[in-house]
Design a protein around this ligand. Sequence first.
Ligand code: NAG
Ligand code: NAG
Ligand code: NAG
Ligand code: NAG
Ligand code: NAG
Ligand code: NAG
Ligand code: NAG
Ligand code: NAG
Ligand code: NAG
Length: 499
Amino acid sequence: MRQFSCFPVLAAGITFVSHVHGLVSNSSINSQTRIAYAGSTGMTVSWNTFSKIDRPTVLYGESPFALTNWATSDVSVTYNTSLTYNNHVKITGLKPDTWYYYLPTSLMKNDTSAGPYKFKTSKPAGDFDPYSIAVVVDMGTMGPEGLYTSAGKGVSPNNILAPGENNTIQSLTAAVHDFEFLWHPGDLAYADYWLKEEIQGFEPNTTIEDGYKVYESILNEFYDEMTPITTSKPWMVGPGNHEANCDNGGTGGYTASICMPGQTNFTGFINHFRMPSDESGGVGNFWYSFDYGMTHFVQYDTETDLGHGLIAPDSPEGGSEDSGPFAVADAQAKWIAADLAKVDRSKTPWVVVAGHRPWYSSGSICTACQEAFESVFIQNNVDLVLSGHFHVYERNAPIKNGTIDPNELNNPSSPWYITNGAAGHYDGLDSFTYPLQPYHRYGLSTDDGIYGWSKLTFHNCTHLTHEFINSANGSVLDTATLYRDHECGRRLWPKGESN
Ligand SMILES: *[C@@H]1O[C@H](CO)[C@@H](O)[C@H](O)[C@H]1NC(C)=O
Ligand SMILES: *[C@@H]1O[C@H](CO)[C@@H](O)[C@H](O)[C@H]1NC(C)=O
Ligand SMILES: *[C@@H]1O[C@H](CO)[C@@H](O)[C@H](O)[C@H]1NC(C)=O
Ligand SMILES: *[C@@H]1O[C@H](CO)[C@@H](O)[C@H](O)[C@H]1NC(C)=O
Ligand SMILES: *[C@@H]1O[C@H](CO)[C@@H](O)[C@H](O)[C@H]1NC(C)=O
Ligand SMILES: *[C@@H]1O[C@H](CO)[C@@H](O)[C@H](O)[C@H]1NC(C)=O
Ligand SMILES: *[C@@H]1O[C@H](CO)[C@@H](O)[C@H](O)[C@H]1NC(C)=O
Ligand SMILES: *[C@@H]1O[C@H](CO)[C@@H](O)[C@H](O)[C@H]1NC(C)=O
Ligand SMILES: *[C@@H]1O[C@H](CO)[C@@H](O)[C@H](O)[C@H]1NC(C)=O
């Protein structure tokens, strides 16, 4: 209890201003429908309901007028303080690279505008057709509960939106036909920012005891905001410090202990998502891998389970998450080594990995993460390492154990490092630490006041382009292409072109 007295304003018991939040306006919460790959012949469909469903069921088919197949499960789960149940159904036995229409039966209405929705299954490994994906890290709630045209006390004017400026969810929505899936390696809703927002006077006053209502309200708002993207594009997520739920948005180490029941230890994250760890031998939503066409993607966990007694975060939060482990010691390290070792580079010449925290950065650096992961990435010839956590955009050089690859992007033998934590959320940009690191090649920070997302385009077996898209107006502010002289397997050219 002692920490409550640090916040006399919050402890004063000022009435929760209910109408501001979606929480008590049930009708404003929709189903939060989202999908995730489950191999190239499967898809997991997830959605939320106010009550538990005995047999969550999804109808699906190749025509919107003939949803003649169905898949079902017994997974309808919740946690204390949540208003909703998370329903998860894995559809299997699908054709790869094929459009399907689907509708959870509990969402069926006479109002046909509710669906059906549609998704496309993954291209199988070995398909060398070009494609793009979108990547965001540190993207949270937009609008009056998050990143908005105003903020609370002490927030830099560069960190709020200009009136009429598109936020990243709007920008991704506008571009939804330009990418196959959305990868989000951690820091999703920023619901734990409820406390920071309260302290800064942005949210209505509430009590510590009622804080969970604001927390849940922000979560629900965010998941609803994402549906224009997540009903049709798989949303592949990983763990970030704000899913641990005890960070409370940088309000100081001692507030880390304000962790409401049911909101600790990644509980919301575990309930809400089902990533393809069964298919890849990983653990939950924490570490897993999947193939899409010519690329092997690996999501790894920088928040827990670093192994060898390493503790993340080692900077700056100082191990405040009080979360995990989710497997026995060294399980993640052994899994990554085995997963990368068995990649068939003739089918997936590209290997792209993502974890929440960076270790090459002109700012936040996770040395425990570097110790845990860098050597296995080097040994297995990983092409690109993506991260966020630090709320800037920073494109670095390819680097091996601190040494800049002399080839830079022209056929390096070291992994390329890009941090993009600039997608946006309440108060969401950071400053670089100057002087910039020698490996820094391009950056945007709070000085620029620009939010944006990453677009990765796999052209073929040797060329991969990264672009930074400015969410405000959709312009491309940075483009860099990596050339790697991969062994190209059976096909060098896209389908339909002859040699
Ligand atoms: C939301 O709706 C559900 C189901 O109708 C109901 O049980 C619950 O009490 C409602 N919650 C609020 C806060 O109105
Ligand atoms: C759909 O409409 C029919 C006929 O008007 C009605 O009987 C039925 O209850 C409606 N179903 C739902 C789920 O609203
Ligand atoms: C802003 O977002 C909206 C909604 O997604 C979209 O229709 C519009 O084209 C976007 N504008 C720009 C300039 O990106
Ligand atoms: C919150 O409550 C405090 C103490 O009563 C008051 O000074 C402050 O103005 C209130 N803030 C808001 C945003 O209502
Ligand atoms: C949830 O609430 C119930 C009833 O108050 C309690 O028995 C249980 O321990 C709580 N679970 C968690 C995870 O806090
Ligand atoms: C978090 O959850 C995992 C899995 O249930 C459990 O093994 C671990 O002890 C929990 N950690 C904490 C700090 O509660
Ligand atoms: C990395 O560099 C450090 C010194 O900077 C050296 O001690 C270490 O052996 C190197 N590790 C590898 C795997 O080359
Ligand atoms: C691969 O794509 C790049 C970028 O579009 C292009 O310049 C190059 O010619 C392509 N290589 C082959 C073998 O098609
Ligand atoms: C988009 O924003 C960038 C960065 O602020 C600016 O340089 C560019 O001129 C803008 N483009 C358009 C078409 O408004």
